[in-house]
Write a protein that binds this ligand. Structure first.
Ligand code: PRE
Length: 167
């Protein structure tokens, strides 16, 4: 896979992670739990840094990348929970097990992210990095018939916002 393709792959993984955010939101609707769980965020970032180190990926960069992924995840959760509060109910759904099902799925995705980050690493220092990432998100949106000004595309832009710059 080329470096350019790897940014497309990161955008696709980010979209997958945001789809899982919808399941997280359902779990939190049922449990009445808070969206933001700072100790859990610390665990997610520590694990990512550890996995990144094994692939010779800069720890500060991996941390910045996953902080953005987590922020986007919360953005999706807040929007969905508010929509369900306005509607008076969440959509009918099976029980969602955050700890035993959803977080492990996020963990599997993390492995995929690390692989893709290792390939895409040279691009983060490119002068046009932000433009390339924005373009990759735009291409994803077009390919999936998403309006560029939709909440989903905004969340994808947020999710990829930690990719460029720094070391
Ligand atoms: O695991 C959770 O509880 C989530 O809401 C997911 C997630 C994440 O993106 O990894 C997002 C927000 C929380 O603060 C912690 C982690």
């Amino acid at each position: 896979a080329s470096v350019g393709d790897s940014v497309d792959a990161l955008v696709a993984s980010s979209a997958e992670r945001l789809t899982i955010a919808e399941q997280v939101a359902l779990a939190k609707w049922d449990s009445k739990g808070r969206v933001e769980d700072p100790p859990r965020e610390a665990v997610v970032i520590d694990k990512a840094k550890e996995a990144g180190a094994a692939s010779q990926i800069d720890g500060d960069w991996v941390a910045a990348f996953f902080r953005a992924q987590i922020e986007a995840n919360k953005e999706v959760q807040y929007a969905q929970l508010a929509a369900w509060h306005r509607a008076g109910a969440a959509p009918a759904h099976q029980p969602v097990d955050l700890v035993h099902d959803i977080r492990p799925r996020l963990g599997l995705l993390q492995t995929q992210f690390i692989r893709q980050l290792a390939i895409a690493a040279p691009l983060r220092m490119a002068v046009n990095c932000n433009a390339q990432v924005a373009q990759a998100v735009g291409n994803y949106a077009i390919g999936h018939n998403l309006e560029l000004d939709s909440a989903r595309v905004a969340a994808l832009d947020r999710a990829m916002a930690g990719f460029c710059g720094a070391k």
